[in-house]
Design a protein around this ligand. Sequence first.
Ligand code: COA
Length: 388
Amino acid sequence: MKIGIDKIGFYAPHMYVDMVKLAEARGDDPLKYTKGIGQDEMAVTPITQDTVTMAANAAHQLIDDKDREQIDYVIFGTETGIDHSKSAAIYVSRLLGLKKQVRAVETKQACYGTTAAIQLAKGYIALNPESKVLILASDIARYGLATPGEVTQGSGAVAILLSQDPRIMTLEKETTFQTEDSMDFWRPIYSDVAFVDGKYSNDRYIDFFADLWGEYKEKTKRDFADFAALCFHLPYTRMGEKALKPHLENVAESVANQLTERYKTSTTYNRLVGNIYTGSLYLSLLSLIENDDNLAAGDRIGMFSYGSGSVGEFFTGILEEGYQDHLNTANHKALLANRKEVTIKEYEAEFLKELPTDGSTVEYSGDNDPADIYLAGITEHMRQYKNK
Ligand code: COA
């Protein structure tokens, strides 16, 4: 049975900062941000968006009534959820009008959470072929103003519908995965910004790719020539390149050039949105398949997932006949093109806004947020969501 991605969409907030201006404000050389890190713009999250609303906005234009009938499992991958107990998947299920006969849960393992969700869903569909699983990846990456990690912030969500006989990409059986306890990035329960040993996290990422790619090659006897493209988890767009480049040194020039060129394409949306943590790999896949006109049905795409802490996985998919007809490329490009640039001062003010934690009531208007689904306020510690 073929199991894989039947539909895929994303959402990013309507505001962004220009990375050249951020570099200037921080007294850094802009080339460090745009070339060294590889980011041009960074999403700024308004107070009216959180991980729930972003996921709901990514999913609600994706699914139709037939999907509503068949979705019986919603898995929400996040490392910046809104509640230690209740799963964000429940709020989204309601906002999307899903039926009651749904399992709704959250998965967490840093930026690997959504890959865990996909692997769980794959097994579930193998046992329940008529079911569809809605997978949500939504995060707000926060390191703090004027920190080394600031340039690798961002926010956004990806929604994926996994089913049998998928129309976009079939996931193949062979994968390699591993877990190793590392303190490269973590966020204690009491902190709203991540703690990170940046250089060590880069090294862990690079080592995990080397291990998992090596094991995959060994296990399957496949090599780079068997791949049309490789997509990476992208905390910033230079990261995947740093992991891939050393492995391309002794590879046929045509193969290395194609993978390098397509790697660039796979960073298209990520360069404009920034880090969306657990959705970053899937935003990279979308960047590739919506912006490369030369890919074709039958092409194999490799996917490298890395979640600090650390868990990693290398897995693959095969593009389906006519996959281009099932993408929402025009909508995604319009979403990005219609965003509004904000000044560094406005971004900082937005970054410092907080929801009350004392049980008091606050209400937000949706007038300044073009998204359909938004956070309309909070009362007695309960977030109030509205769908325009
Ligand atoms: N022009 C061009 N490139 C420049 C430059 C300039 N003027 N100044 C610096 N650079 C390059 C550096 O050479 C480096 O590239 P390299 O790694 O290929 O050598 C890159 O820009 C980053 O510079 P660096 O000095 O290493 O940045 P930093 O110390 O500020 O930290 C991170 C960068 C990514 C470690 C930091 O942003 C961070 O901690 N981010 C969060 C963690 C993360 O994203 N981890 C990823 C794995 S999950």
